[in-house]
Ligand binder design. Structure first.
Ligand SMILES: Cc1cc2nc3c(=O)[nH]c(=O)nc-3n(C[C@H](O)[C@H](O)[C@H](O)COP(=O)(O)OP(=O)(O)OC[C@H]3O[C@@H](n4cnc5c(N)ncnc54)[C@H](O)[C@@H]3O)c2cc1C
Length: 215
């Protein structure tokens, strides 16, 4: 079961008031993100790989090339740190020191399991559904060869933490009288207008699930 910040490694020490211990918030942050950064140490060198992912209950799923040495290391049980970061705004304080960002971030520690067979096929669909619901029903499913070329990993959310930063700038009292604007500039993620592939069969319409998908 997920215990947020419940281990010595995941207890938030720096600005602990930003720590969140509600599993529903963990799920909401993971469901709102599209990209995770997954760390792996290869021959003493840390690497951080950006990946698409999806949450599936108390597990996160992501995939990569069977030829990737980093994915092979993760599939053989190398320890990892999986992070998701959502940036919600710039906090413009009256000093450089107090200037910061609004964010929601998750850090999960653990070891991945490589999925196979039905579990692997299902996980690929779950990842696709997270990025764009309904797409999977229209596109060609992976061939045996394509499936072989893909490693699908599951990381249980057993040891994680959530940190959320929000609120107005927290200027020191002696800066408040400075004649400089201070406040928050929100950052909003949205999809743009779909662009047809150059080799699209003429007249193929943009599906409704693409037009209406917003996050
Ligand atoms: C978009 C963004 C920008 C940031 N910019 C800066 C910056 O410029 N400078 C800076 O010092 N810090 C920044 N932070 C905060 C930074 O992520 C760390 O929280 C902070 O540096 C303290 O790190 P620490 O290892 O000393 O924390 P500690 O509190 O000692 O870490 C203990 C445990 O708390 C958890 N934890 C720590 N940070 C996070 C986190 N962000 N999300 C989830 N769990 C966490 C982990 O489980 C970690 O193992 C930023 C965060 C985000 C999301």
């Amino acid at each position: 079961m997920t215990q947020l910040g419940g281990s010595p490694r995941t207890r938030v020490r720096r600005i602990p008031e930003k720590a969140v211990h509600d599993v529903e918030v963990l799920h909401a942050v993971l469901d709102a993100g599209l990209v995770a950064h997954v760390a792996v140490i290869d021959q003493g060198q840390p690497f951080v790989v950006p990946v698409g992912y999806a949450r599936d209950g108390d597990t996160v799923l992501f995939h990569g090339s069977s030829k990737s040495r980093l994915f092979r290391a993760l599939s053989s049980g190398a320890p990892t740190c999986f992070t998701v970061t959502l940036i919600d705004g710039l906090v413009l304080a009256r000093s450089a020191f107090e200037s910061s960002m609004h964010y929601r971030s998750v850090m999960a520690l653990g070891h991945c399991t490589q999925l196979a067979g039905e579990e692997k096929a299902r996980a690929l669909r779950v990842i696709s559904d997270h990025l764009l619901p309904d797409r999977w029903h229209e596109i060609r499913e992976p061939s045996t060869q394509e499936s072989k070329a893909t490693i699908v990993l599951a990381l249980p959310l057993d040891e994680c933490s959530v940190k959320i930063s929000n609120g107005p700038p927290d200027d020191v009292p002696s800066d408040v009288d400075r004649p400089v604007w201070a406040g928050v500039v929100p950052i909003i993620e949205r999809f743009g207008e779909p662009v047809d592939a150059p080799d699209l069969i003429a007249g193929t319409p943009v599906p409704d699930y693409v037009r209406t998908w917003s996050r």
